[in-house]
Design a protein around this ligand. Structure first.
Ligand SMILES: NC(=O)c1ccc[n+]([C@@H]2O[C@H](COP(=O)([O-])OP(=O)(O)OC[C@H]3O[C@@H](n4cnc5c(N)ncnc54)[C@H](O)[C@@H]3O)[C@@H](O)[C@H]2O)c1
Length: 284
């Protein structure tokens, strides 16, 4: 079994460079495309820094680092993606932007190319519909940091065919990930469960049932979670959490997904979590 030998990654940001590194570490030749030269340099630097950490922990040798970096070529020219067996779109989370990128990629695809999106919140079925071959379109939802997190949700759109699902699952395993196959739906599976749980923790805090510290202690010690829901919300960013719950509330049209008022208040106050120095906890 040969597997995939060439991959195109579109977007060199947090997820794009992590996915590029993951593929290169599995021996795949990667072309990483961004519209911004500076983003490509930052992406490459970020891969270098990530590999340095692995080097320091003796998980890889210097020769591995050099070989992995050599397998990632960067460009602002989409034409360089020509010939890639699989293309992963990991650009900024904006629907019109992604539709535009996918139309361009569609024109570069051969009949066999697998076209993939790493979107967190946009419908795979909707993205597939702008391409000429929706049956070869699929989602691969990686988790951050992509080189370290084992899970990939392989997201099947309404028109994705069985062969594409099987090939994508095999590719996920080829790059060392553990895939789960899920149907397209807002939040897929993991965020669908995780985000309402975090939102419920905010309701519990809002109702004064326990302090933030006690709520997190409860979930850590009672459910063996490695981190409490409120500390996790601070890590994700409260603005991101609010946006996700707004999407669930709107797309499922179900009041059970309404964001907690306290979450809205925290965001309005600029208390966004770690990145602003204050959320449910303080980060001096
Ligand atoms: N950050 C996460 O935790 C996470 C997890 C899973 C999935 N995702 C998804 O991954 C995608 C990327 O997220 P991110 O956090 O890496 O964002 P990011 O902002 O770090 O990177 C996005 C990159 O896309 C580039 N870009 C914009 N327009 C482009 C274009 N037309 N062509 C090529 N590149 C373009 C930007 O210059 C930027 O470098 C989003 O769809 C997001 O929902 C994010």
């Amino acid at each position: 079994m040969g597997g995939i030998a060439t991959v195109g990654v579109i977007g060199a940001g947090t997820m794009g460079n992590g996915i590029a590194q993951t593929c290169a570490a599995a021996g795949i030749a990667v072309t990483m495309v961004d519209i911004d030269e500076a983003a490509l340099s930052r992406g490459t630097a970020s891969i270098g820094a990530s590999l340095d950490r692995l080097l320091k922990k003796e998980k890889i040798a210097q020769a591995d680092k050099d070989a992995i970096l050599k397998r990632v070529r960067t460009t602002t020219d989409y034409a360089m993606l020509d010939g890639a067996e699989l293309m992963i779109e990991a650009a900024t989370e904006s629907e019109p932007l992604k539709l535009d990128i996918l139309r361009k990629l569609d024109a570069l695809c051969s009949a066999e190319t697998l076209l993939v999106s790493n979107t967190s919140s946009i419908s795979i079925t909707k993205l597939a519909a702008v391409t000429s071959r929706p049956e070869k379109f699929i989602g691969m939802h990686f988790f951050n940091p992509a080189p370290l997190m084992p899970l990939v949700e392989v997201v099947r759109g309404r028109r994705t065919d069985d062969a594409t699902v099987a090939a994508t699952e095999a590719f996920a395993r080829q790059i060392g990930k553990s895939p789960i196959i899920v149907q397209n739906s807002p939040g897929f599976v993991v965020n669908r469960i995780l985000c309402p749980m975090i939102n419920e923790a905010v309701f519990v805090l809002q109702e004064g049932l326990a302090s933030a510290k006690e709520i997190d202690e409860g979930m850590k010690l009672g459910c063996s979670h490695p981190i409490g829901p409120l500390a996790l919300a601070d890590m994700i960013g409260l603005d991101v959490m609010l946006a996700v719950m707004e999407v669930f509330y709107r797309d499922f049209n179900d009041p059970k997904y309404r964001p907690a008022l306290l979450l809205r208040e925290m965001v309005a106050a600029g208390h966004l979590g770690r990145k602003s120095g204050r959320g449910f906890f303080s980060y001096p």
